[in-house]
Ligand binder design. Structure first.
Ligand code: HEM
Length: 496
């Protein structure tokens, strides 16, 4: 590929267009666009503009007009994350940082500051740290996770079911991943509103973010010390036991990485899937006869509204070329998940259903590809399914176009999801979610199921733990709506 004329984002050559600080700079054609301030009020529109002006890799400006490349193409993003010989996640080689352009109070500093954790490591050190995380995660019992998800869903729904209304972002989506992750890590007793508040605080970067960071880190340090002394069946104990021989500090830092990586992304995914369920006509089976299952809604949402819109950042280890642009050693590149997912070369029709196609960029790729994707998917799809079982008549309480998001370069977060439903009684948190207390017909929402599969006879009352072998249930080809009931019954039967 012949490199086209380009503008460098490095500082070792002239930037195309006027220099930072020039009044003409920032918004006009030929100038560099800012990924912050008024230019960035609608980031997806800005990415379209950048793509139209520069192609799949575009120069742009971060806060304080620090230059960066935005990788917009699907193929270019994949090439970057999968080519560790040319790109790494070690910000210490970033030219603007080395040259002092990036001030210590830069808003992106939490993403920029290098730490000895797997997210920023490469080569053998990355293998050692990531190997410990994935080795510990491989011991997680996935059926157990679905049980926690059901239990925390019951617990959360109990806090608002009698009122007949709720905000499913602040009362459900922001809590469920924290409850489940605290269980997985080994901190069930630490899960409370303060922990959720601390995590939200850190992500929003409010003035109490440092105190909140301290609160979470102290809880994780105490956990590490307790499990070093007395291992139990949880991720903290497994991390300590890995052959990588992590120090206490490394264990604590990686528990933090797992908790925070899991928390923000899964909150966004759960909220986005709930919104889709409440607004997408494909869920209105009674209206159009069609169906979309919750796992399919999860996958569609990972294409359309990836929980992390971008990852800051990858850094060029050598002079190279990407998407027709000449990239200099030390340049920073924004991993463009949201713009890559809507690259017209892979999605000429954005309205087309992406069912069965998992090649979105939501979980990254290459050596740093998310190791927790199955857990993130499980929290969103099991949690949403269980909530709908408790509140089958749930309806959005406002017009869809009244919903608001808060947006930053790294993510887009639904601010509120107000809903109403007929008040329901509380349920035992250990029971399977259901809606026995209300009339048997479902409400407007018909949550589908995946594929037809074997199910136990509907009239048999399943034992919580079948004591004796049972004969294999016969496959039943059923109407899709009936499959939904049977599938959930089957999950209950299996203790999932
Ligand atoms: C919907 C949920 C999730 C999404 C969309 C997501 C997405 C991502 C992305 C985009 C990355 C970074 C890729 C890169 O640096 O190039 C990542 C890394 C990571 N994620 Fe997730 N994640 C999710 C849930 C989770 C969960 C539940 C866990 C843990 C249980 C987890 C653990 C991690 C870890 C440890 C890394 C760092 C891996 C490394 O650098 O080698 N994530 N995730």
């Amino acid at each position: 590929m012949t490199p086209e004329p380009h503008s460098s984002t490095g500082t070792d050559g002239p930037l195309s267009g006027p220099p930072p600080g020039c009044p003409a700079h920032g918004t006009g054609p030929g100038g560099l666009h800012r990924l912050y301030g008024p230019d960035a009020a609608d980031l997806s529109a800005l990415y379209d503009t950048l793509r139209a002006e520069h192609g799949p890799v575009a120069p742009a400006l971060l806060h304080d007009d620090v230059p960066v490349w935005v990788v917009l193409g699907h193929a270019e993003n994949l090439h970057m994350v999968r080519t560790p010989s040319q790109y790494c996640r070690d910000s210490r080689i970033w030219t603007p940082l080395q040259e002092g352009m990036v001030k210590p109070d830069h808003p992106l500093m939490p993403h920029i500051a290098w730490e000895p954790i797997c997210s920023y490591a490469e080569g053998d050190e990355h293998l050692r740290l990531r190997g410990a995380v994935t080795g510990a995660m491989a011991t997680i019992d996935h059926r157990g996770i679905r049980r926690y998800i059901n239990r925390y869903t019951q617990r959360l729904v109990n806090t608002f079911c009698e009122q007949g209304r709720a905000d499913l972002v602040s009362q459900f989506a922001e809590h469920l991943p924290m409850g489940v992750m605290c269980e997985i890590l080994g901190l069930p007793e630490e899960y409370n509103d303060r922990m959720v508040q601390a995590a939200r605080d850190m992500l929003k970067g409010t003035e109490t973010a440092i105190a909140s960071h301290g609160y979470v880190m102290e809880a994780l340090q105490r956990l590490t010390a307790r499990r070093r002394a007395q291992p139990e069946e949880d991720l903290a104990s497994q991390l300590i036991a890995q052959p990588a021989g992590l120090t206490d500090d490394e264990v604590t830092k990686h528990l933090w990485v797992v908790l925070m990586a899991a928390y923000e992304a899964t909150v966004n995914l759960t909220a986005n899937v709930l919104r889709m369920v409440l607004t997408d006509p494909r869920f209105r089976a009674q209206l159009n006869g069609g169906q979309m299952t919750v796992p399919e809604a999860v996958e569609q949402s990972l294409w359309d509204e990836p929980p992390f819109s971008t990852v800051f950042a990858y850094f060029a280890k050598q002079e190279t070329e990407l998407g027709g642009q000449r990239i200099r050693k030390g340049d920073g590149l924004l991993f463009g998940i949201a713009p890559g997912n809507v690259d017209p070369r892979v999605r000429p029709d954005l309205a087309a259903n992406m069912q069965g196609n998992r090649s979105h960029l939501a979980f990254g790729g290459g050596p740093h590809e998310c190791p927790g994707q199955d857990i993130g998917r499980a929290i969103a799809d099991t949690g949403v399914d269980a909530l709908l079982l408790r509140l089958p008549d749930v309806q959005l309480s406002c017009e869809e176009d009244e919903l608001r998001w808060t947006e930053s370069i790294s993510s887009r977060h639904l601010a509120e999801l107000p809903v109403h439903f007929e008040p329901k009684p509380q349920q035992d948190v250990k029971a399977r979610p259901g809606h026995a207390a209300i009339p048997p017909q479902r409400g407007t929402w018909q949550v589908g199921t995946a594929r037809p599969e074997a199910a136990p006879p509907e009239h048999t009352a399943p034992a919580a733990t079948p004591a004796a072998p049972v004969s294999p249930p016969a496959p039943i080809a059923e109407h899709p709506r009936r499959q939904g009931v049977l599938r959930r019954l089957l999950r209950w039967w299996r203790g999932e």
